[in-house]
Design a protein around this ligand. Sequence first.
Ligand code: UD1
Ligand code: CA
Length: 457
Amino acid sequence: MTNRYAVILAAGQGTRMKSKLYKVLHPVCGKPMVEHVVDQISILNINQIVTIVGHGSELVKSHLDGKSAFALQEEQLGTAHAVIQAESVLGQLLGTTLVVCGDTPLIKAETMEALLQHHEKSEAKATILTAHSEDPTGYGRVIRNQDGLVERIVEHKDASEEERNVQEINTGTYCFDNKALFEALHRVSNDNAQGEYYLPDVIEILQKDGEVVSAYQTSDFEETLGVNDRVALAKAEQTMKRRINELHMRNGVSLIDPNNTYIGSDVKIGRDTIIYPGSVISGDTEIGEDVTIGPNSEIHNCKVGNTTTIKQSVAHDSSIGENVQIGPFAHIRPQSEIHDEVKIGNFVEIKKSTFGKGSKASHLSYIGDAEVGSNVNLGCGSITVNYDGKKKYLTKIEDDVFVGCNSNLVAPVSIGKGAYIAAGSTITEDVPGEALSIARARQVNKENYVAKLNEKK
Ligand code: UD1
Ligand code: CA
């Protein structure tokens, strides 16, 4: 089999994005554009992937760490100049080189595979992936001769009126014979409207040399969308969102309103899970089977067990067990570990705490820096007082503890197994297991006192 290499162009600033963030790092469904491209290429059988970095190179490299090798383009003199930077890594090799722009996040592995196969079968020196576009503005146009063979690509800014009417566009994805590519790249000039070294000029150079230059047209223009501004970014987001949501639905997940459900690229969801509108599920999240999420829930970097329900709530960087009830209006903050059959009710905030099996905080609580055992009942308004303005302290609550309503547990403090805290207590000292602790002022009733008060007036 032919050796295959890939070059991804990701050095540009992306002026048209008008952003502090480098273009290829703008996320689409939560993942940087260039990472979508690299991940799709990684599915293919490629010997070596080289990403050309420039603007924001350190940040781009850290996102793609372990997925690609890198070559630095110090000055952005054009796409041909960008590819030349890979010469020290790839220049001497024999095989096919796939070149893809880092700003085409919707490109699919299967389309690139079809392009590679078409290229290898036709024994061409270069094959361009083209598409038909109703509005080709901004794209390079594919110029063919009378016989329908590709002659060259003309950039929008360099095109004549007649050339601008051409609706077949260069998608920015190509296959080249590796040796022919690097040889031709050195002959590209920057004598054009933008004063840049254009990669598409390689096509004309090879064609004039009498080499076979081919085109492979994909039927799906949408997939080849190049993101140059925020309008295109929103289009990419829409398309990617639809693709992700359809995949989950086909895998057995019910989305009540797919147009209003936002699921990140790498999220995993089990069968028979139902997601209600307004839910945003992102990052490294894995959701089990028969789970109910939403409406209006935000879940980021969480593991959620089977048959759990998360209604109108927010959960980040935490693990949530099976058959857990969360919400409405609960907030699970990072590093929380919620075990099976727990109930976290309305207006409860949990931070960096573990909750043992079957424990409950049903209403209006703040539980932070706590280790809560199993079968614990935290009454309405239970608060861990974990912060003295300088440091955070731990609260330990052992199994089977009952904390009465409106209790403050002033940390550091431990409540022993099976202890009972009277409602309204402010607990400042450890409570032994099985004890009843009452830490509140005793009630005094002054009989008939109201009449006396009125007399005084
Ligand atoms: C490019 C193509 C155009 C094609 C379109 C498809 C050229 C000259 N034009 O135009 O024919 O229709 O893509 O989307 O290639 N980059 C670098 N270094 C540079 C310049 C660019 O790495 O010096 C990278 C950018 O980061 C970007 C990619 O190359 O990811 C494409 O560059 P961009 O400026 O967006 O090219 P287009 O004008 O879209
Ligand atoms: Ca572009």
